[in-house]
Write a protein that binds this ligand. Structure first.
Ligand code: NAD
Length: 279
């Protein structure tokens, strides 16, 4: 099936997790492409800073995406406010947890699943009826390269991101033949606050959280504004699956070529990158 180009520039965009990182960069980029933007986040100050950096109209909402009722309320507010039809809903808010399965703190894992998976489901359910009524618009759900491969110490994150992929792929098939579509985004490392803001269980003899934050900053290949440009262009090009950054292409290829052995290669690459980060 040929890819159908979509226009989201100039339409209203909804972005969760817009107080930082990729969400903030998406808000800034889309605003500069004449999109009125409805931005939501738990971080009120960060959201205000994002709003102050925008070029056009914005609706700012302090919101926890894991609260289904609050997300539905937000959708009703956006419907009232939107100066243009809704072009895209970016279910982008997310958090990180680092821990082995053996030592996992169930509260931390549930915190992550409620935001990274149920937050995406809540955003989709709240806005989908509006898009279906318009018979236009795109649901853009953020997974990760960790939604393509499993990584040690990342069981909660990977399972949520695999779930986002499965949920969005199913939705995409349901929407065939309509004017509405569903897209999955798989970023590789993007230099944001995701690790700094995450919950990390330090193992005896293992790296400290500060070390992991430093390593991540050294290994993240893509800057948030570049990630936002790739996502914006990918959605408008009609892609169903958007890979963000050169490392995302590597993860994708490895997952296909060596579905049970990919970690042999990733471990080797990780060790080299760690050494580079340390120097
Ligand atoms: N940075 C990366 O390398 C990377 C890689 C793959 C996927 N991702 C995904 O990209 C998305 C954006 O992350 P980022 O890297 O920009 O991180 P970030 O920490 O810079 O931004 C995430 C934003 O989500 C917000 N948030 C957290 N919990 C929330 C909640 N309950 N309700 C509403 N907002 C909430 C945070 O306050 C923050 O502003 C996430 O889904 C993340 O999992 C990031």
């Amino acid at each position: 099936m040929s890819k159908q180009r979509r226009t989201i520039s100039g339409r209203t965009a909804v972005i969760t997790g817009a107080a930082s990182g990729i969400g903030r960069a998406l808000a800034q980029r889309l605003s500069s492409y004449s999109c009125p933007v409805a931005i939501a986040d738990v971080d009120e100050q960060g959201l205000k800073d994002t709003e102050a950096s925008l070029r056009g109209p914005a609706l700012r909402k302090v919101l926890d995406v894991s609260d289904a009722a609050a997300v539905h309320e937000f959708a009703a507010e956006v419907r009232e406010w939107a100066p243009q039809p809704i072009g895209a809903v970016f279910n982008n808010a997310g958090v990180a947890v680092g821990s082995t399965v053996l030592d996992a703190n169930p509260d931390d894992d549930n915190w992550l699943w409620n935001i990274n998976f149920h937050g995406v489901v809540n955003g989709t359910r709240a806005f989908l009826p509006i898009l279906v009524e318009q018979d236009e618009g795109v649901i853009v759900n953020t997974s990760s390269v960790f939604g393509l491969v499993g990584m040690p110490g990342q069981s909660a994150y990977c399972s949520a991101k695999f779930a986002v992929r499965g949920f969005t792929d199913s939705l995409r098939q349901e929407l065939r033949g309509t004017g509405v579509s569903a897209v999955t985004v798989h970023p590789g490392g993007v230099n944001t606050n995701i690790v700094r803001n995450g919950r990390f269980r330090e193992e005896p003899g293992g790296p400290s959280k500060e070390q992991v934050v430093k390593e991540f900053a050294a290994m993240a290949m893509t800057q948030p504004d570049k990630a936002a440009a790739i996502i914006h262009r990918g959605v408008e090009a009609g892609k169903s699956r958007i890979l963000v950054g050169p490392d995302a292409y590597l993860f994708d290829a490895l997952a296909r070529l060596a579905p049970t052995r990919y970690f042999d290669v990733l471990e080797w690459a990780q060790t080299r990158l760690r050494k580079r980060a340390a120097s």
